[in-house]
Design a protein around this ligand. Structure first.
Ligand code: AMP
Ligand code: MG
Length: 439
């Protein structure tokens, strides 16, 4: 039995040693949620020209030190216009109307917002010393560099914008699109075998007998695997019987990772550890001081374990060939909430690593507790909870639940309150750590 922190570190250490699969090129939008196998570079300066960030007038800041200032209006530049260098430019005492997104004309060194100006139409000749048709009156000074972004200020041509190993989200998609990448190189998704065990567990389209339950774990896990960037391979349900369990475990070890659920507790028919032991598994931990999920197991089967390679995808090793390297597995407890929590805490970082992702820390948030919590010491608890409240006034409260089998309670929750092992009571109003529930 190890502490939560030690268990997590063990997984992280092993995850740091795994390699992602082959590289494939996919259309940009199909790259959403995939892990980049290439760095994305700026193909030119960003922005490619000094870009106005306001509608207004391009001016020389020195001309509007004293206000109000009247400047001669020499033209207009809108987004998409390209002014040949020098003509026409913003000379002393002059201004040019400019729109957001337009290039700053030569000579100008700032933009005054249109809100702080008025354009003046007076017949030529009436204005002292000037025979111009249009003037603009500026009522507020601006500093040099105000209201435009200089060329290359966001990134220089050739600069790395997105790292290899980064999972593409909408912001990453925007960057790839902005540098003209209609296809991106990503790593093949790791195939993750999902193996539910238990004599009482039946397929979801079967009519369960009075003491049977439907196999929800294979589905929640498959969903979590997909969410973490893997591809789930759901295996048949393993009965609590050594031979069949062993055959299915071997099949599962043909994937990049094996997730088992159930059969890791202390019961007479909890055979998972035994059967893995027979397959010469190495165990890194068998149990963590957490609740839910205490019986969680993490280990690997060595290169010498004969495994049947699962032939689900053409990209995998060919059928019938032994997988050459160590295969990791997690034995997750069968109680559905424990299964989901232990997946997030331990299996996710391994899947992310197999997917080629740069390691991500587990991020905890803080919120004020709405009502007191009483519990026992000894385990770090991750209890389903509801984070709510208006705007910045977040508050969190435990979801009412009937224990680790209560998936309805988990579905109502949107986070977990994390309770340190040494706390017996946490008062309402105290700040507590939260782990958000993903996807
Ligand atoms: P076990 O970890 O095998 O002792 O199972 C703990 C509890 O989780 C038992 O009540 C099981 O019926 C339940 N359980 C085990 N496997 C599944 C599954 N695949 N889907 C839903 N519930 C399960
Ligand atoms: Mg069982």
């Amino acid at each position: 039995m190890v502490s939560f922190e030690d268990a997590r570190h063990l997984v992280e250490q092993h995850a740091a040693g795994v390699s992602p699969g082959e590289v494939e090129t996919v259309d940009l939008l199909l790259g959403l949620g995939r892990v980049l196998a290439e760095g994305i570079l700026a193909d030119r300066d960003f922005p490619p020209f000094a870009r106005a960030t306001r509608d207004g007038y391009a001016v020389r800041a020195a001309d509007v030190v004293e206000i109000p200032a009247r400047l001669e209006l020499v033209g207009e530049v809108k987004a998409g216009d390209w002014l040949e260098p020098g003509v026409p430019s913003v000379g002393p005492g002059r201004a040019m109307a400019i729109m957001t997104g337009a290039p700053l004309p030569a000579g100008a060194d700032a933009v005054v917002m249109v809100e702080h100006t008025s354009s003046i139409h007076e017949p030529a000749g009436k204005l002292v010393g000037k025979s111009v048709d249009k003037l603009v009156e500026v009522r507020r000074s601006v500093g040099v560099g105000e209201n435009f972004v200089p060329r290359g200020a966001e990134a220089r041509a050739g600069q790395l914008l997105l790292d290899r190993g980064r999972r593409l989200d909408h912001a990453g998609i925007a960057i790839a699109a902005s540098v003209g990448k209609s296809g991106v190189e990503v790593f093949r998704k790791p195939r993750v075998a999902v193996l539910s065990t238990g004599d009482e567990v039946v397929e979801i389209d079967a009519t369960p007998g009075p003491a049977q339950i439907r196999n929800s774990n294979s589905y929640s896990l498959a969903a979590q695997v997909q969410n973490a960037g893997g591809e789930a391979v759901r295996l048949a349900i393993a009965p609590d019987e050594r031979k069949k369990l062993r055959a299915l475990i071997k099949e599962g070890l043909g994937c990049d990772l094996l997730l088992l659920t159930g059969g890791v507790s202390m019961g007479k028919y909890d055979l998972v550890e035994q059967v893995l032991g027979e397959l010469k598994a190495e165990f890194y931990f068998t149990g963590a001081e957490i609740q839910p999920g205490r019986p969680v197991v993490f280990g690997s089967c060595g290169a010498d374990t004969p495994v049947r390679v699962f032939a689900a995808r053409p990209l995998s090793a060919p059928t019938g060939v032994s997988a050459p390297h160590k295969k990791y597995f997690f034995g997750l407890p069968g109680n559905p909430v424990s299964t989901m929590v232990t997946f997030e805490l331990f299996a996710r970082p391994m899947i992310e690593a197999l997917a080629g992702m740069t390691p991500q820390p587990l991020i905890f948030l803080c919120a004020r507790l709405k009502s007191e919590i009483r519990t026992k010491t000894g385990l770090k608890r991750f209890l389903p909870a509801v984070l709510s409240g208006e705007f910045e006034n977040a508050e969190v409260e435990l979801a009412r639940w009937q224990g680790s089998g209560d998936i309805a309670a988990l579905a109502r929750a949107n986070c977990y309150v994390v309770i340190p092992p040494d706390r017996e009571r946490i008062d309402a109003g105290e700040w507590v750590s939260l782990l958000m529930r993903s996807g």
